[in-house]
Design a protein around this ligand. Structure first.
Ligand SMILES: [Zn+2]
Length: 239
């Protein structure tokens, strides 16, 4: 079983530390900064030996070079991430990565950025979705189209429902408020937003979510057409 720890970074980013006790390996997913990530790993006696980047944005890659310099780790990510840091291994959808004996399958999910990928670990029932799928939300369309985001949502929605989703930001409550504006009568959504509001009042991390929960409450995953997703994305941008 993998141990997964959130490291809060910048204003609302999460860097995910993934530790495999069987092999002793530790992966840092999307390290925006080096220091809090190195400290969190050291506090647990873990040494980071890999970084996985989902996309090039500096709040997901800004700590790459300093962590590699401190640990000698390797960096795996899409070609676009080389705008920020030299990749040791460039990957895209269909490629595989691994932590210990556990495989990650890469899925292309462009739209937020042109080369955005997800890391799906089927045996561990985990997916890292960066800034594409958030709890009750999706990323902004900086480098892609609503059609691409619709396809990305379709690919992620096809994963097993129990798959735990680890995304890059604590946007859950504001996403939930928007989702309620879209679907005010969705009972699962009403319950979830109340739970999330209580968690945030207690200062708790609201992640991971699951694919099943997103199918039930995420207005972007639930959009029935590209046009509906585009409308909702534009409305969220102005929300
Ligand atoms: Zn981003």
């Amino acid at each position: 079983m993998l141990e997964i720890v959130p490291v809060p970074a910048l204003s609302d980013n999460y860097v995910w530390l993934v530790h495999d006790p069987a092999s002793g390996e530790t992966v840092a997913v999307d390290p925006s900064q080096a220091e809090p990530v190195l400290e969190a790993a050291a506090a647990r006696g873990w040494t980071i030996n890999q970084i996985w980047n989902t996309h090039w944005h500096p709040d997901h890659t800004g700590g790459d070079d300093a962590i590699r310099a401190a640990t000698g780790c390797t960096i795996t990510g899409p070609a676009e991430a080389e705008r920020v840091s030299k990749m040791d291994r460039i990957v895209a959808g269909g490629d595989r990565a691994r932590i210990g004996a556990i495989e990650a399958e890469l899925i292309d999910i462009p739209a937020h950025t042109a080369g955005h990928v997800a890391f799906h670990l089927p045996a561990a029932e985990i997916v890292f979705t960066g800034d594409t799928l958030f709890a009750m939300g999706c990323g902004r369309l900086f480098e892609g189209t609503a059609a691409q985001m619709h396809e990305a949502m379709r690919r992620l929605a096809a994963l097993p429902g129990e798959t735990r989703v680890y995304c890059g930001h604590e946007y859950t409550l504001s996403n939930g408020r928007f989702a309620l504006a879209v679907e005010p009568d969705n009972e699962a959504l009403i319950r979830r937003v109340a739970e999330v509001a209580a968690m945030r009042e207690r200062g708790q991390v609201t992640l991971p979510t699951t694919i099943a929960l997103e199918r039930a409450t995420n207005p972007f995953m639930r959009a029935s057409s590209v046009e509906e997703l585009a409308e909702r994305r534009a409305a969220k941008d102005a929300f």
